[in-house]
Design a protein around this ligand. Sequence first.
Ligand SMILES: *Cc1c(COP(=O)(O)O)cnc(C)c1O
Length: 389
Amino acid sequence: MSVPAAIAPAPANPALPYLPLTRPTIDEETIAGVCEVLRSGWITSGPNVKALEGKLSEYFGGRPVRVFNSGTCTMEIALRIAGIGAGHEVITTPLSWVATSNVILEVGATPVFVDIDPVTRNLDLNLVEGAITPATRAIIPVDLAGLPVDRDRLYAIAKKHNLRVVEDAAQSMGTTWNGKRIGAFGDFVSVSFHPNKNITTIEGGCLVMNTEAEAKLAEQYRLQGVVRSGFDGMEVEVVGGKFNLTDVAARVGLGQLPRLQEFNDRRRELARAYFAAFAARDAKALGLGLPVEDLTQSNWHMFQVVLPSGLKRAEVMAALHAAGIGAGVHYPAIHLFAIYRRLGWNPGDFPIAEAVCRSILTLPLFPTMSGADVARVVEALVGIVKGRV
Ligand SMILES: *Cc1c(COP(=O)(O)O)cnc(C)c1O
């Protein structure tokens, strides 16, 4: 990657390896377990899928859980189970992975964005009621970076207006709200097991539901709508897709779930180290926006800063890259993507989200990182910002 000379920093210390944005932790026991599955003769959905669903259901307080091959189809299927489609509106945030609103379009409904809270960077619950119309059927909140949306206020609004909730908890596995585990209460809860998330099945996700009837329907939407009975019975009553998780992937998940707490504890320690290092360098005086210092509820899926508004993010990323440090953008504002612009959204529609999305930057954070890695990132970033403001 070439960096313009004007912004090229001192050459990276060749003794330091490249520090990636994130990295999954897969232990040898899990790798051996995957080999066993591969040798077993049953590699697609089977006993490991069932076992993972059982463990996840236990984890989520006994609620019905099904696993899928992404944390995107989970949300699409939740909307289908809720009967949401053409003519319906679904309220969500413009600051998320584009999957969050793509699934609304996918089922034929209309996304309705509301702006974000500049402090939490999650959808601003103060704006939700003003966006409700007679066509509104659901809300999809997102716990960005693992910081929980206020569930008490969210469900008070949903109840008052008789709306379904599909929690996009893709990033908040292991997060809690007032002592209660995200997913163990509420309406639909969708989690992703993408490799960047706090636990992984390589690709995959799960949907937590309310009733066995919903879970049965989820199974139909997961695999071509098929319902089998007896030795040779087969019926198809809904148009389902091809969203089943393989047993190989499920075996990875079975090795990951018991380590979730340990991974999240480590992430929290590293977040604490980030806050201490940024405070020591007086980062706030430099205009760096830090995340909410939630060291109890968040699972610290990401540590995201908002750069001072005059700085060009791409230049900062290039300088970090040159210093051997990976960084990421999560995310560009959804309503400004071409397909959403064609549907009528424009720059200026959600000014807070747009400002944050222009300058938000995700720093490395994963369980096998060291405290020295955190110090290195903060030194590099503060140096880069100081050189430019
Ligand atoms: C990762 C993610 C998804 C989608 O999950 P996949 O498993 O990649 O389909 C959806 N929403 C958010 C907020 C995410 O971070």
